[in-house]
Write a protein that binds this ligand. Structure first.
Ligand SMILES: *Cc1c(COP(=O)(O)O)cnc(C)c1O
Length: 293
């Protein structure tokens, strides 16, 4: 795949070993797959998911969906600015329309994204064809290329297969935080024999398993690769945290001299340390944690 120029990425992303006594003690090797270093503005899996969609859109306006703090909306807006195509962001929450924009939406608007706010009931029904058509009409985006919330469609899932391929032969277990699960769906399909993917959902609900199966069905025609989810580490749901998680993330940053993104990566790393301490990841295992940001 040829990527448009301003979106040139550092691929394969670096794979770094880190020494952490909580892993050393159990004989588990920890590697960090630095997808956060792929591109300065389209971080990690957002680059992997968006680039195939930008190519499919062929210069048309791109319309997509997200909450007020969506990393996906920000990445889409940045891509639009870099490549000069129009972007429309459909934002959950009509009540946000008259208010001062938060920093995340301010960035989207500064990158030229047109923001269209919809009430939560309509937002929930956005995958029904009539509701979607109504939203697009109201947003003045009738002939735009539509990317779903979180960016996880067939093209995106296929794009994430390369993440798995880059890790072939490098780890036994590849662990990743999941929102929609699109990245895990592609990653698992790209891994080699004997490797498995482990997803840590950051949303509460337990609906992700079926969602990922559907995404693999759509992208590949059936289940691909070995993958499973551990639903215990969402800390109450998306963007929820606790003092314990915050302390864990700060400690990890100090130990290893890197930034730990709080919405996804902190929960992933917390989950991994817990699994190693429980003995659920056996001694002798090499684990690669995907730093999606
Ligand atoms: C969007 C995002 C994810 C989740 O990706 P999905 O494909 O929706 O599961 C994980 N980590 C970070 C940092 C993200 O921004």
């Amino acid at each position: 795949m040829t990527s448009p120029d301003p979106l040139t990425a550092r691929l394969p992303s670096p794979l770094q070993e880190v020494r952490d006594d909580r892993f050393d003690r159990r004989g588990v090797r920890l590697l960090l797959k630095r997808d956060d270093l792929i591109h300065p503005e389209l971080i990690g899996n957002k680059w992997r998911k968006l680039v195939p969609n930008i190519e499919a859109a062929g210069g048309r306006a791109l319309v997509t969906f997200g909450g007020a703090y969506s990393n996906h909306l920000r990445a889409t807006a940045a891509a639009g600015r870099l490549l000069g195509f129009p972007t429309v962001g459909v934002v959950r929450g009509q009540e946000l329309a008259g208010r001062t924009l938060n920093p995340s939406l301010t960035r989207c608007a500064a990158d030229g994204m047109r923001l269209h706010f919809v009430d939560r009931a309509t937002y929930r029904r956005k995958s029904e064809p009539e509701t979607l058509a109504g939203i697009l009409r109201a947003a003045g985006a009738g002939d735009a290329y539509v990317v779903p919330e979180g960016g996880s469609n067939t093209a995106a899932v296929r794009g994430c297969r390369a993440l798995g391929e880059e890790l072939r032969g490098r780890a036994d277990v590849v662990a990743i935080a999941c929102g929609t699960g699109g990245t895990l769906a592609g990653l698992a399909a790209g891994l080699g024999a004997g490797q498995r993917a482990l997803g840590v959902p950051v949303l509460k609900g337990g609906f992700l398993e079926a969602g990922i199966r559907g995404l693999q069905e759509g992208a590949f025609g059936g289940r691909r690769g070995e993958w499973s989810l551990d639903e215990r580490f969402h800390f109450g749901g998306y963007a929820r945290t606790t003092p314990e998680l915050e302390a864990f993330a700060q400690d990890f940053e100090e130990r290893h001299g890197l930034l730990v993104e709080r919405l996804y990566v902190a929960k992933l790393l917390y989950g991994l340390v817990s699994l190693v301490e429980e003995g659920a990841i056996a001694g002798g295992t090499t684990v690669a944690a995907v730093m999606t940001a």
